[in-house]
Design a protein. Structure first.
Lengths: 113, 109
């Protein structure tokens, strides 16, 4: 059974640009959550999607958005990038909404210069 | 809002039992308490979760007192490969998931 796949693995962007990250969950999993991980702030919850609807949202500005498609694949978008957005972005999939037994991808390392 | 507290780091030796405690207040009354393990350059990996008392699986045990204000992850007979960061995860009454800051566990030979 394939795991959670995140693309791309590494990304370098310039301040002010926008970026889209992709996540393919485990087959059969309908919930996808996104996290930002930085050395100083640890794991910060961004949002969770279930059945194409955002069900929960963390405390991030509106520049961070996401969506989920009918095949459960998800994308997150960050607009007007800031230096502080440099982080590891992790996607996790689970069978159901707010299921804390989740499976994480390897993440996308975003560097904003 | 729920708040979690874990030790920043711990050291132990191969073959020892390691206990990592997470303190958490204002957590949701009917949510699981969950623990994850993370190696460098990888996403966190689910270890164990429980609601109350004691839960054991093939890799760890989880102890949760009746008041659910803390939980203790117990790793029996650790090896060098258990060197990682360990996170506790709880839910609060506002349906938010709160991650601990992580405990960096270093196992020495």
């Amino acid at each position: 059974k394939a795991g959670v796949t995140q693309t791309p693995r590494y990304l370098i962007k310039t301040r002010g640009q926008q970026v889209t990250l992709s996540c393919s969950p485990i087959s059969g999993h309908r919930s996808v959550s996104w996290y930002q991980q930085t050395p100083g702030q640890g794991l910060q919850f961004l949002f969770e999607y279930f059945s194409e609807t955002q069900r929960n949202k963390g405390n991030f500005p509106g520049r961070f958005s996401g969506r989920q498609f009918s095949n459960s694949r998800s994308e997150m978008n960050v607009s007007t990038l800031e230096l502080g957005d440099s982080a590891l972005y992790l996607c996790a999939s689970s069978l159901a909404f707010k299921n804390t037994e989740a499976f994480f991808g390897q993440g996308t390392r975003l560097t904003v210069v | 809002l729920a708040k979690t507290t874990q030790p920043i780091s711990m050291d132990s030796y191969e073959g020892q039992e390691v206990n990592i405690t997470c303190s958490h207040n204002n957590i949701a009354t009917n949510d699981y308490i969950t623990w994850y393990q993370q190696f460098p350059s990888q996403g966190p990996r689910f270890i164990i979760q429980g609601y109350k008392t004691k839960v054991t699986n093939e890799v760890a045990s989880l102890f949760i007192p009746a008041d659910r204000k803390s939980s203790t992850l117990s790793l029996p007979r650790v090896s060098l490969s258990d060197t990682a960061v360990y996170y506790c995860l709880v839910g609060d009454s506002n349906y938010q998931l709160i991650w601990g800051a992580g405990t960096k566990l270093i196992i020495k030979p």
